[in-house]
Design a protein around this ligand. Sequence first.
Ligand SMILES: NC(=O)c1ccc[n+]([C@@H]2O[C@H](COP(=O)([O-])OP(=O)(O)OC[C@H]3O[C@@H](n4cnc5c(N)ncnc54)[C@H](OP(=O)(O)O)[C@@H]3O)[C@@H](O)[C@H]2O)c1
Length: 281
Amino acid sequence: MKILITGANGMLAKSVIKRLDNGNELILTDVEDLDITNEIDVTNFIQEKKPQYIINCAAYTAVDKAEEVYDLADKINGDGPKNLAKAAKMVDATLIHISTDYVFDGDLDVSKFYTEEDKVGPVTVYGKTKLHGEEQVKNNTDKYYIFRTAWLYGNGNNFVRTMLKLGKEKEELSVVSDQHGSPTYAEDLANIIGESIEKKIPYGLYHSTNQGFTTWYEFTKKIFELANIDCKLKPVTSEEFVRPAKRPKNSQLSKDKLLSYGINIPNWEDGLKRYLEIELN
Ligand SMILES: NC(=O)c1ccc[n+]([C@@H]2O[C@H](COP(=O)([O-])OP(=O)(O)OC[C@H]3O[C@@H](n4cnc5c(N)ncnc54)[C@H](OP(=O)(O)O)[C@@H]3O)[C@@H](O)[C@H]2O)c1
């Protein structure tokens, strides 16, 4: 299959490339080769290459900085997917787009989790622009998958890497204990994408994190336990750890829809163990 991957230098893209590099013809582009915000370039490139699948791993992902640069973030997260969706339709390609738990306000009681049918209501610039991207995909093509993920880590700067570094440097660390979600290994999300293509599951929107739920505090505890790091951890509230962009307290996404199509979704602890085997060696 001919597959175009945008944002190919990004963290998720690296895992997607690895997962799909098994007989497929991969066309890899990052912003220097194909700026997804440039409608004419996107149209021409896709009409020339005629991929069967387009996987959009490009995004503006600096959640806090986005609060100050709405237009830029929206151009990349909103207009970019629109350009890709329109061009995908012209060549009858399937568009695979990645979205986020930040499309929700996160105020749902933590005894519950969000399904694909739940009402969205982003409260951050990042979340608003990512929701705009989802809408543009849905409005401009029928052949699409939108995979909403959260708490992603993999081959790039990420929370686990930061905690491993800080844990070795400091005696005590404060970590937020009232935000709930599923840490998601990029390799596992890449596999969800790969299996969805191979199993030809119905087009549409899918919640796509690792299985199981935890908090950033408990996640860090597990990282330190598995990496044998002796650093004291102090649980703190979101109110004690204010950031420019408000973090959702509930980022728990139900994966029942994906599971109903037989997609393999490992537990977050399992993903973390596999990641650390690579990261620590
Ligand atoms: N990381 C998370 O925790 C998380 C959570 C939920 C959802 N997601 C979503 O998952 C997807 C992948 O995230 P990630 O963490 O892999 O992102 P990432 O590492 O930041 O990669 C994004 C890539 O997009 C490129 N890019 C930026 N603007 C572009 C443009 N105009 N045209 C083409 N490429 C452009 C970036 O290039 P430069 O680096 O040169 O700018 C970068 O290589 C995104 O859609 C993100 O919103 C991520």
